[in-house]
Write a protein that binds this ligand. Structure first.
Ligand code: HEM
Length: 214
């Protein structure tokens, strides 16, 4: 019985990660469908851009929440952290692609001027660029090859979260409840990480280990 249970668990784990990828990409597919059928309102490009940006932010929050949840006695979702991180990256890429192609019509001078002149675009771009090495090293081969440097590199996710929060806050003239909600979550998660890094190393060895599954 125990053997059967462990066999099912072994098969279920990778399948559940793939299900997360599929479920995680559904909001993008839904937004695309609404856009293609003319159901994205008066300003479809902006609406689609916002939709993808918000999902990028949600996946960043979920990625950061995995360790605190486990440390505080909640469910251990560590095997889903890589998928959540990669989903954040895919949504940022799609958000950027909509900006580049539909908003700026692929005009490099307009994009460059925007990056230089609008601080919230500068911050968003910095977050995207920092996400690239994390996405490229989110695989078992890189974890083994980089060793301890892998964990050091992936701490950048907290810088990215800070940049993304600032980008979100500065993208609007007036902060609404939604902004306070996400900014509050990011602040708590970043503060938690800082407090944990100040604690003695012994107690948190396990929490610092990279995710070598799925
Ligand atoms: C980690 C990276 C990023 C995240 C998490 C992110 C997230 C967001 C979010 C949540 C919004 C606001 C959506 C809303 O108000 O409903 C937004 C707006 C926007 N973002 Fe990003 N973004 C990122 C990177 C970028 C990059 C790289 C660009 C382009 C270079 C960009 C361009 C924009 C634009 C143009 C807006 C709309 C501002 C407006 O309302 O006019 N973002 N982003």
């Amino acid at each position: 019985m125990a053997l059967l249970r462990s066999g099912i668990a072994r098969r279920w784990r990778p399948a559940s990660v793939w299900m997360l990828y599929v479920a995680g990409l559904l909001p993008a597919a839904w937004g695309f469908y609404l856009g293609a059928t003319g159901n994205l309102g008066a300003d479809p490009v902006k609406t689609f851009e916002h939709h993808l940006g918000l999902w990028a932010l949600r996946f960043i929050v979920l990625t950061l929440a995995v360790s605190p949840l486990r440390d505080l006695g909640g469910p251990n979702l560590i095997r889903y952290r890589r998928a959540l991180g990669l989903l954040s990256f895919y949504y940022v890429l799609m958000h950027f692609a909509v900006y580049l192609v539909l908003d700026q019509a692929l005009v490099p001078s307009a994009v460059l001027a925007d990056i230089v002149k609008r601080p919230f675009i500068t911050l968003g771009m910095a977050a995207l660029l920092l996400l690239v090495p994390l996405a490229l090293t989110s695989n078992s081969f890189s974890i083994k090859r980089l060793g301890r440097n892998w964990s050091r590199l992936h701490r950048l996710v907290y810088v990215i979260a800070g940049l993304a929060g600032l980008h979100f806050a500065l993208s609007t003239k007036v902060l609404a409840a939604e902004h306070y909600f996400y900014l509050g979550l990011l602040a708590v998660l970043i503060a938690y990480r800082i407090v944990r890094s100040l604690q003695p190393r012994r107690g948190r060895r396990r929490a610092m280990q990279p995710v070598a599954t799925e």
